[in-house]
Design a protein around this ligand. Structure first.
Ligand code: PLP
Ligand code: TYF
Length: 403
């Protein structure tokens, strides 16, 4: 019956963890998947989350279904965290927010909505993605019948932003194109536009009437400051644009497996917001009926309590700081190991990842000789680097790059 079904390839990122788990070498290092680890290399549960869970347990809540769009206290707090009072959009009731199955699910629902309702300027319904981008963006949008295409983003020569190339490409697109932007801490490059560059990007996108879709998977995680990391999103709103904003609580609250996030659609008026919400609900009903309740309750409890909210900001800041300090340590250790190469981009890049510039062959050697696992594009999950392995990592990186 199923003879025609062939073995599929493993996921490029999650497949690495499978290989890592099978490796019996005692000092193996997993720098593949972007999930935060403490300095002992252990997964980290935030205190504010544990405290929220205690309160939820004490409240003896029932397990009834959530509404299709998720609980209102969660949605209001989530939208406020992302948008604050940008352009008065929330106060004017012109934002639709629905809970999503984390960032991935939010992107997928956004894609389904766009495929059904957006008036694409191109026949094949394209979404323009930065090169490179999170590998899952391509299958997510393809599955919605939207064709992933690219715009220039990363400059290999500077290990920084190809701002000129990006602006030229966005300018060349047909007016009204759908453009995906990483709100902050671009995955996989760790390269973000500066506020001044965001201003120019916003001016161009507005002039071209493109639709901005912000993937906001790392708010708070890039700089340690939730407002700073939302700068681009809020600036676009203030310029009168109507972005899609997809949030994830995987990284900033460490709620990976709870699968909690939100899709926000900024519109011109409450009637539009309401119509869009009704259509999103119809789509969600057919996809998974209604969202999981526990993660949303945690997020709502944390965001809506002053003390827990303050604790969250502190804890996110501490995670971002540990990553920044590991960037510094890695550059120092590379120099100590004797590397004469310029590794300064490791410190310039931001967020969970470092786009190291290691070639596919060098990555292969790191995996096979040193049991250090990372994606073949040379992306290092900085969250996996710790005081205990940074010296070993630097030594290995030097060994595979000193030709
Ligand atoms: N978008 C980007 C850029 C990401 O890096 C990730 C996770 O790594 C996601 C979205 C979605 O993650 P999740 O579905 O866990 O929210
Ligand atoms: O490391 C990354 O870029 C992500 C991690 O459901 C991830 O791909 C893993 C599982 C998942 C979403 C994101």
């Amino acid at each position: 019956l199923w003879a025609h079904v062939q073995q599929g390839p493993p996921d490029p990122i999650l497949g690495l963890t499978e290989a890592y788990n099978k490796d019996t070498f005692p000092n193996k290092v997993n720098l593949g998947v972007g999930a935060y680890r403490d300095d002992e290399g252990k997964p980290h549960v935030l205190q504010c989350v544990t405290e929220a869970e205690k309160r939820l347990l004490d409240a003896h809540l029932n397990k009834e279904y959530a509404s299709i769009q998720g609980p209102k206290d969660f949605r209001d707090a989530s939208a406020k965290l992302a948008l604050a009072d940008a352009d008065n959009a929330l106060a004017e009731g012109r934002v639709t927010t629905v809970q999503s199955i984390s960032g991935t699910g939010g992107l997928r629902v956004a894609g389904i909505f766009l495929a059904q309702f957006y008036n694409f300027p191109n026949k094949d319904r394209a979404i323009y993605l930065p090169t490179p981008t999170w590998s899952n963006h391509l299958p997510i949008f393809r599955a919605c019948g939207i064709e992933p295409r690219t715009y220039s983003y990363y400059d290999k020569n500077t290990c920084g932003l190809d701002f000129k190339g990006m602006m030229q490409d966005l300018d060349k697109l047909e007016n009204g194109s759908v453009v995906l932007l990483h709100a902050c801490a671009q995955n996989p490059t760790g390269v973000d536009p500066t506020p001044e560059q965001w201003h120019e990007i916003a001016t161009l996108i507005k002039q071209k009437n493109h639709l901005p879709v912000f993937d906001m998977a790392y708010q708070g995680f890039a700089s340690g400051d939730y407002d700073k990391d939302a700068y681009a999103v809020r600036h676009f709103c203030e310029q009168g644009m109507l972005p899609f904003v997809i949030q994830s609580y995987s990284k900033n609250m460490g709620l990976y497996g709870e699968r909690v996030g939100a899709l926000n659609v900024v519109t011109t008026d409450p009637q539009q917001a309401s119509a869009i919400e009704s259509q999103l609900k119809i789509m969600i009903r057919a996809l998974y009926s209604n969202p999981p309740i526990h993660g949303a309750r945690i997020v709502a409890t944390v965001l809506n309590d002053n003390d827990l909210h303050a604790l969250l900001l502190k804890e996110t800041h501490a995670m971002a700081d540990r990553i920044t300090s590991m960037r510094t340590r890695l550059v120092e250790e590379l120099a100590k190991a004797g590397s004469k190469l310029d590794w300064s981009h490791i410190q310039r890049q931001i967020g969970m990842f470092c786009f190291s510039g290691l070639t596919e062959q060098e990555v292969q050697e790191l995996i096979s000789t040193y049991h250090i696992y990372l994606t073949k594009n040379g992306r290092i999950s900085m969250a996996g680097v710790s005081s205990g392995n940074v010296e070993y990592l630097a030594h290995a990186m030097h060994a595979v790059t000193a030709h």
